[in-house]
Ligand binder design. Sequence first.
Ligand code: HSE
Length: 432
Amino acid sequence: MQEIKIGIIGYGTVGTGVAKILSRKSSLLSEKLKTRLILKTICDLDVRRKRNFMPKGVLFTRNVDKVLDDEQIQIVVELIGGINPAKEYIIRALKNKKFVVTANKALLAEAGPELMRLARKCGVDIYFEASVGAAIPVIKAIRDGLISNNVENIFGIINGTSNYILSEMTQNRCDFKSALRQARIHGFAERNFKLDTSGIDSAHKLVILSRLCFGQGIKLSDVYVEGINEIKLHDIQYADEFGYCIKLLAIAKIAGKDLQIRVHPTLLPKKHLLSNVNGVFNAIFITADLAGEMILYGQGAGQMPAASAVVSDLADISKRLAKIEWVSSQTFAPSQNRYRRISPIHKIKSRYYIRFMAIDKPGALSLISKILGKSNISICSVLQKGRHQGQAVPIIMMTHEAREKELRQALMRIDKLPIIRKKTVALRVESV
Ligand code: HSE
């Protein structure tokens, strides 16, 4: 039976998961692939730390050359994350004509097209199923399953940590900090957890998905990003009273001639499918011209879900090397150039949930609504919580559809009123 030798760079949570699968599912994989996937070398800076799994007969080294320069190794799995030295290692692997599998969303978002071009030049390829949605085969679904479709929009919950935090706050009335602490203990969060809560991790993943659907020219700086740091327990409770839940959504959608790409906390009707995606689960809701609407749902973070996706890439490459039919991951984008303008956030129209912290006194509401009215913002409903004459109380408003630009201008004026005691929070509402 044909053998394919593999080297892993980075033996952390996901790397260990991959080694476990290659060892424990070896016969199943050989049977299905008619090829033996052999883990030859593991490289990690820390070779001293005791691991809960060390495969037998595998070289364990600090020396990355033992992977990158080993002529027998045909596939390099990069699992160290971050930009450098991951980028440098991938470039060396490609130049040495090795296929690369990576889960590195930050690097792909920053340098994906450049690395893809190099891979093509070198006659190899880069696979990245684990970079978005971990266990969910969303890359394959878009690249292969939707090959004849034009994707019209993507709405994704693609950061497990933020979704875990928001779910804990919603379901258990947990506060932000303790929910984050739990997510870190479970190992969902990035080493720098601010990437999760600031929305950047979702933005990295959205760039990868958007390139697959809308073209290679999309950059990280095209994404408008807001994280979940400002969401308070009472926002979740007020949204609930209006029939909504709050999710960190990654949105890429065609709007006329433009493409909107944005990540921000969003109110979704409670009955919507995405509203019921909780904990570390991710879901990607896609609308395509032929397939219509679909939702892909699964575990978006964690050792085995991510490792399962890495191994599916190893299997795809092995089929390709064995000349079994394959579809190149480089044929995914409709064109090398993006064909739509990126819509700046101030151009979007949305409905909004707004929380003012205003002094409770006669006339306060009319001062606020006068400014909103002048900016063409029509109020749909209002809720005032508590009654504390002379003190700041939350006033919650839901608006009809309004322009982001006009809303921001109005809020700037409102926040200067003496009755306003805290920066106003405004969240967009999507009906999807
Ligand atoms: N920190 C990421 C998340 C891990 O929470 O989704 C998976 O990419």
